[in-house]
Design a protein around this ligand. Structure first.
Ligand SMILES: Cc1cc2nc3c(=O)[nH]c(=O)nc-3n(C[C@H](O)[C@H](O)[C@H](O)COP(=O)(O)O)c2cc1C
Length: 310
């Protein structure tokens, strides 16, 4: 049995419980919007309608939430990993870089979420290093997007993985890759076997499925990269392979600094193939306003699907 005094172990044990991800928002007395990422959301009661959320006493916004008369829970959709990271940070401009609006009761509701609940505070309980807030639901809405998942400190995007797996179901040769971005730059590398510049990619499909292998590769790069969402699924009938690319975000460049390129510095003639050039150009274009579609097709023709709620 693990020791209760080992807080890291206890955190790991709690982390085995898979949850969704929410952003909890409110306004300061003067009206300034505040918010933080939380996976401690739980529905509590249907009649009367109630839910709960826990906020750590070390959060910068703790005093605001101690005083708040109400708050909103924004349930993040699976394409909102960046929003989760942003609201888990201490950045002061969270609401300047995220599109949002006021809910009917005046609490910030973020664009693109799969559900939101506006609440009045029913009860606040002191609970160790957190405060447990029980909210009475005053208004809500939802749509049919898949929610973002979180387990063992990593994000899971079940709908996207299913889409990729079924798209690749028939393919015998699958390459799984990631467009890894860090501070406005994108990672392109020359494979050890030679050839042109490419995003990070696995070789042929491994026994335990594609995304698992990709996660291992990203971990091996040691740049704090997490997979954000599915980006492109295409066949290349010249190579006979199927390609599945995800978007990923790294939190530092590490030893790979020289392999990260600003959009203006990409040596296009040195990029592996026309299919990858087209994908990279779309990615750079879409990065300007962070509205990413998903491409399905082959190396020449396909369709870019936009997501619900964007
Ligand atoms: C997936 C995820 C879930 C989190 N869940 C919670 C939570 O339930 N309660 C909490 O207080 N902090 C949680 N955090 C950490 C806060 O988001 C983080 O401490 C944030 O900086 C708080 O914002 P603030 O300091 O600007 O108030 C979570 C972070 C992540 C990435």
């Amino acid at each position: 049995m693990s020791q209760l005094s080992d807080l890291r172990e206890l955190r790991n044990a709690f982390g085995t419980f898979m949850t969704g991800v929410t952003v909890v928002t409110t306004r300061e007395a003067g009206g300034t919007p505040r918010g933080f990422t939380a996976n401690s959301f739980t529905s509590v009661s249907l009649d009367p309608p109630m839910l709960s959320i826990c906020i750590g006493k070390s959060a910068d916004s703790i005093e605001v939430f101690r005083q708040a008369e109400g708050f909103a829970i924004n349930v993040l959709a699976e394409h909102q990993v960046e929003t989760s990271s942003l609201f888990a940070s201490k950045r002061p401009d969270k609401f300047e870089v995220t599109p949002w609006r006021d809910g009917p009761n005046g609490h910030p509701v973020l664009d693109g979420v799969c559900a939101w609940f506006e609440c009045s505070v029913e009860q606040r309980l002191d609970a160790g290093d957190h405060i447990l807030m029980i909210g009475r639901v005053r208004g809500y809405d939802y749509n049919d997007q898949n929610g973002l998942g979180y387990v063992r400190g990593g994000y899971v995007t079940l709908g996207l993985e299913q889409a990729a797996v079924s798209a690749a179901g028939q393919a015998s040769r699958v390459v799984v890759g990631a467009l890894v971005a860090c501070n406005g730059r994108i990672l392109l590398q020359r494979p050890q076997t030679g050839g042109g510049l490419q995003p990070v990619a696995s070789g042929l499909r491994q026994e335990h499925g594609s995304i698992v292998r990709l996660r291992e590769i990203l971990k091996g790069l040691d740049i704090g990269a997490v997979i954000a969402s599915l980006y492109a699924v295409f066949e290349n009938d010249e190579t006979g392979r199927q390609y599945i690319y995800y978007r990923a975000l790294a939190d530092h460049e590490g030893d790979l600094d020289a392999d990260f390129y600003y959009p203006d510095d990409v040596p296009w003639d040195d990029v592996e193939s026309e299919a990858i050039r087209v994908m990279l150009r779309r990615y750079i274009d879409e990065s300007r306003d962070m509205r990413y579609g998903i491409y399905f097709g082959n190396q020449r023709n396909g369709k870019v699907m936009l997501r619900n709620g964007d």
